[in-house]
Design a protein around this ligand. Structure first.
Ligand code: ZN
Length: 263
């Protein structure tokens, strides 16, 4: 059985309140072994941790997302530090810079991001990054902080930026975007970047796939993203699954999962 991981899924969101357990069960049938659930705001962290405690498949990350600046408060940083010492979390995330947003406040985004990079460094945790229109600034900061690595979720930058992240030990998240014919530049990029730098993700409930009937994305779409990636790459779906799964395990789960190369 091919083992798959959704490296980025907001399964704690209320869109999944009615059928979360059914989705998790169906994901198991589809070969998913782990789902990483990143946090976005402090007032949802407890709920997220609670949801992750309900299933062996779910692994939490905690962070303050740059799209929700108005909801963040300096005291949340102390809470973040506290929670990651008392709960098993695989990463700080999702955090980052979003200069694509209208009326974004660069200064406060940068401050919050740096504070969280500092926490990641102190706690020796990897990070899950959300970055739009700010890859060069992010790369510059990552060089300063010299972290344990992480994932640039839904990567949508240039070839050169991809190579710089890879050089810094970062992985790039490949999601439903590649199923869209219009995403030619990104499809081209993901067709030749080294497999050792890629991970699969849905970003559910957001990021709809092409031809998706329902509006809600779910982690059950990981096999479709894998299938699409194997269409545009030279390797088989099995090889891509093995590598992308191993990449996530090596980054996040090494302490809690044996990495079996012969799977
Ligand atoms: Zn996300």
């Amino acid at each position: 059985m091919i083992e798959l991981i959704d490296s980025h899924c907001h399964l704690d969101f209320e869109q999944f309140d009615d059928d979360r357990n059914n989705i998790i069960e169906h994901c198991q049938q589809l070969g998913l072994t782990h789902i990483i659930v990143p946090g976005v705001t402090a007032n949802t962290w407890q709920h997220l941790l609670h949801i992750c405690q309900q299933s062996d498949m779910l692994y939490p990350a905690l962070g303050l997302h740059p799209m929700f600046m108005k909801q963040h408060h300096p005291k949340h940083l102390a809470q973040l530090k506290q929670l990651i010492t008392t709960h098993h979390t695989v990463a700080i995330g999702e955090i980052g810079l979003d200069f694509y947003l209208e009326n974004h406040d660069k200064k406060s985004q940068l401050e919050l991001f740096c504070e969280q990079l500092q926490i990641a460094k102190e706690m020796e945790l990897p990070v899950i990054l959300h970055v739009r229109k700010a890859h060069d600034q992010t790369i510059k900061l990552l060089k300063q902080y010299a972290l344990k690595g992480g994932i640039v979720h839904a990567f949508n930058g240039s070839e050169q930026q991809a190579q710089q992240y890879i050089k810094l030990g970062f992985l790039l998240g490949v999601g439903g975007v590649i199923t869209h014919e219009k995403a030619t530049r990104l499809r081209q990029l993901f067709s030749h970047l080294p497999l050792s730098a890629l991970v699969l993700e849905t970003d559910a409930p957001d990021m709809a796939l092409a031809n998706m009937q329902q509006l809600r994305n779910t982690p059950e779409n990981i096999p479709s993203i894998l299938a699409e990636l194997s269409e545009i790459r030279p390797e088989s779906a099995k090889q891509i699954a093995q590598s992308t799964t191993r990449n996530v395990k090596e980054l996040f789960l090494c302490e809690i999962t044996n990495i079996d190369d012969n799977e």
